[in-house]
Ligand binder design. Structure first.
Ligand code: NAD
Length: 455
């Protein structure tokens, strides 16, 4: 469906449970060759080919994504390019990776050596998301394929065309068909993939589905990249003009449908009035249709409206917006609320839409406490001109990503982009390592029996 018009664009038949099972079986067979150590340069060549092939298809891919999600083309193109920049990075990292020798005390371990070897996980069941359908797909696909995994990929049902197109182009690059298998469908098909015997699950999406997966996946590696409720801390010495522009951009991007968008703003009371005025003024100038886009579906718009109405009913002050935009498509006005009660849903939970909650606090200490009082831990932003203070605040925030006088920019192809607390199963690892398992190999080089052995 095109969320700008509400019109149906295409229809697909959903994959069946049997097809999911068969896909995992085919991927398992294909992975053995693809992931073998002798095939390293073949994988590197296929991944490097993606840079060219996906760059060649940039216009058509951006069109396809825009049709399915409705965001501005410039925004989609920027994240598309950013995903491709990860290719060179990951290839370089991969080439410089070596097995690790573990030092052994030769008096205790004579003639013995230990190596830590890293191998692909096997078949990865990848369940995708729609708000960054290319970037978010590639930050798993590139490192996971490069180190030798096969992937059975279920794109979000909102972006089926984009998902299928990505798979086609991967195959053109030299990734064998059974090494990258797309499925079609929604939560049902996702659940079949969770129930399949794939070796690892990589999931991006909401907390509810993430919890379901955690409860049903059994014992196997899980990469869960889930919801966020990112706070902004606006200090008394912030450059208020910069903060207003940065926060208006960071809260309303993609109509607020970004995991790391700024969802709660804590502003020190000494500058609150000036900051709020600035934020409202910048927001009033946003051209919604051109710069931020619609909600993904009518249900999503209704949900945003419900949260806003409840917040206002419960005492929040509506400073701007708060209404659907009439006409075709699922557009909603950028909305700013001044909130006085920290128990409100709009503060406690993630609102996936263009709603910015502002809460005035007495100082940065209170802002940090309130920011941390969330069960989410994806990201946070700090707005200040005092760089030492910024680092101190950053060290106290319980999140996986912190931006200081900046928002939302990520490292090459999602490197280290992981949340903590309930925002996902975090590991401090580089992404190449996430898709490998380790094997400890201890080798004794003589035929001497050890003194302690049964004789
Ligand atoms: P969602 O969880 O409803 O759906 C995401 C994917 O999971 C879809 O492919 C869907 O078909 C599938 N799915 C749904 N239920 C499932 C289940 N029980 N088992 C298996 N698969 C299932 O996500 P949504 O609400 O459409 O997306 C928005 C959410 O995604 C927000 O909470 C946002 O913060 C989060 N998100 C997180 C990141 C990140 O990197 N942390 C990035 C983008 C979006």
């Amino acid at each position: 469906m095109d969320p700008r018009s509400g019109e149906m664009v295409a229809e697909f038949r959903s994959s069946t449970a049997k097809e999911v099972k068969e896909a995992v079986q085919r991927a398992r067979v294909a992975q053995r060759g693809w992931g073998s150590s002798g095939n390293r340069e073949v994988r590197v060549a296929a991944i490097e080919a993606m840079e060219k092939v996906f760059a060649r298809e940039r216009e058509s891919m951006v069109d396809c994504i825009a049709r399915e999600v409705g965001f501005p083309r410039s925004d989609i193109a920027a994240s598309y390019n950013s995903a491709l920049r990860g290719i060179a990075y990951y290839v370089e990292r991969y080439r410089s990776m070596v097995d690790r020798d573990f030092p052994l005390d030769q008096t205790l371990w004579p003639n013995t050596e230990a190596r830590i070897v890293f191998e692909p996980q096997g078949v990865i069941g990848h369940i995708g998301i729609w708000n960054f359908p290319f970037w978010q797909t590639m930050i798993t696909a590139i490192p996971a394929l490069l180190v030798g995994n096969a992937i059975v990929f279920k794109p979000s049902e909102q972006v089926t065309m984009t998902g299928l197109r990505i798979a086609e182009l991967m195959h053109e690059c030299g990734v064998p068909r059974d090494v990258y298998i797309p499925l079609i469908g929604g939560a049902y098909v996702g659940r079949q993939l969770v129930r399949s015997d794939c070796d690892m699950l990589a999931f991006t999406g909401g907390m509810a589905a993430g919890n379901w997966i955690a409860n049903h996946a059994g014992v196997r590696p899980l990469l869960l990249e889930l919801s966020g409720n990112d706070a902004a801390v606006v200090c008394g010495d912030a450059d208020l003009e910069q903060a207003a522009m940065g926060i208006a951009t960071g809260t309303f991007a993609r109509a607020g449908q970004v995991c790391i968008r700024i969802k709660r703003v804590y502003v020190e009371e000494s500058v609150a009035e000036a900051f709020i005025q600035g934020l409202v003024a910048v927001t009033q100038r946003i051209n919604v249709k051109e710069r931020i886009g619609p909600l993904i579906r009518e249900e999503a718009r209704q949900e945003v409206d419900r949260v806003v109405i409840e917040a206002v009913d419960q005492g929040s002050r509506l400073l701007l917006g708060g209404k659907r935009i009439p006409g075709p498509g699922f557009f909603y006005e950028p909305t700013i609320l001044q909130v006085f009660d920290d128990r409100l849903e709009v503060i406690r939970e993630e609102t996936f839409g263009p709603v910015c909650s502002v809460r005035v606090v007495k100082d940065a200490g209170e802002a940090i406490d309130l920011a941390n009082s969330s069960r989410y831990g994806l990201g946070a932003t700090i707005w200040t001109q005092d760089m030492d203070n910024a680092q101190r605040i950053a060290s106290r925030l319980e999140v996986g990503n912190v931006w200081i006088n900046e928002w939302g920019r990520t490292l090459a192809c999602g490197e280290y982009f992981q949340g903590c607390k309930r925002s996902g199963i975090a590991s401090a690892s580089e992404r190449l390592m996430l898709f490998m398992k380790k094997k400890t190999v201890i080798t004794h080089r003589t035929s001497e029996p050890r003194p302690s052995w049964h004789k």
